[in-house]
Design a protein around this ligand. Structure first.
Ligand code: HEM
Length: 205
């Protein structure tokens, strides 16, 4: 193992997982606070909606990066993977809540939007796929589901892919930023394909 990975792994061992949960609450709390005090410009609801959507995407990408980082760089963040996934779910739930309670607000409009606006349908699809993952992310479910737990948790792959597609669709025209996100997501998924994932890292060879 190279010295940098070793140093990182030693540092990671000292960080308690609960700290990640505590730190994760700060960005949406700050965003909400800034919205309330009028620091988010002329359309604070849109700003909140977009920013929390981005937080969710970042957390999903971070979750997906844990395995390749371990496999190819020998950086072991496995102890944070469950927390990262739950944090992603928390952010996307906040994103959905902002949309429901601050943006649309009209309940009769909500279903119409989900059905008629493809980017909302796709975003909703991603959220629905994440629900069983969040519900079964505890040790009890892990023990009960055994091998099926791993299979079920592969749902994170379509979920993050739909999240990336949702981002591309909601931006008008073809824009670079969401394409870069989708590119990163596709790369992280490709790295899991058996021919690539079996490549031995230099540290291991
Ligand atoms: C994994 C799930 C999801 C991810 C990763 C995600 C991510 C994002 C991102 C990154 C943005 C735009 C940020 C920007 O433009 O800077 C966004 C905007 C938005 N998302 Fe999501 N989202 C998800 C699910 C949902 C769901 C479930 C809904 C509602 C049902 C939703 C509704 C919206 C809306 C309304 C916008 C703003 C569109 C506009 O500009 O008018 N998203 N989302």
């Amino acid at each position: 193992m190279n010295p940098v990975s070793q140093r990182i792994n030693e540092g990671v061992r000292k960080v308690p997982t609960w700290l990640l949960y505590v730190l994760a609450v700060i960005p949406p709390a700050l965003l909400f606070y800034n919205g309330v005090v009028g620091n988010l410009g002329i359309d604070p609801v849109k700003k909140m909606e977009h920013q929390i959507g981005l937080y969710g995407l970042w957390a999903l990408i971070a979750t997906l990066s844990v395995t390749p980082l371990r496999r190819f760089a020998r950086i072991n963040l496995l102890k944070f993977r469950r927390a990262l996934g739950l944090i992603a779910f928390f952010y996307i739930s906040c994103h959905l809540a902002v949309w429901l309670f601050l943006d649309v607000q009209i309940w009769s409009q909500i279903w119409a939007d989900i059905v008629k606006r493809p980017y909302i349908t796709i975003g909703m699809g991603a959220f629905v796929l994440m629900i069983p993952l969040a519900v079964t992310s505890n040790n009890w479910s892990m023990r009960r589901l055994r091998k099926n737990w791993g299979k079920l948790h592969k749902l994170v792959y379509p979920a993050v892919l739909l999240g990336g597609i949702h981002f591309i669709m909601l931006r008008k025209g073809i824009q670079l930023e969401p394409l870069i996100y989708l590119g990163v997501i596709v790369l992280l998924l490709l790295l899991r394909l058996p021919p690539i994932s079996k490549v031995r890292s230099p540290a291991r060879a």
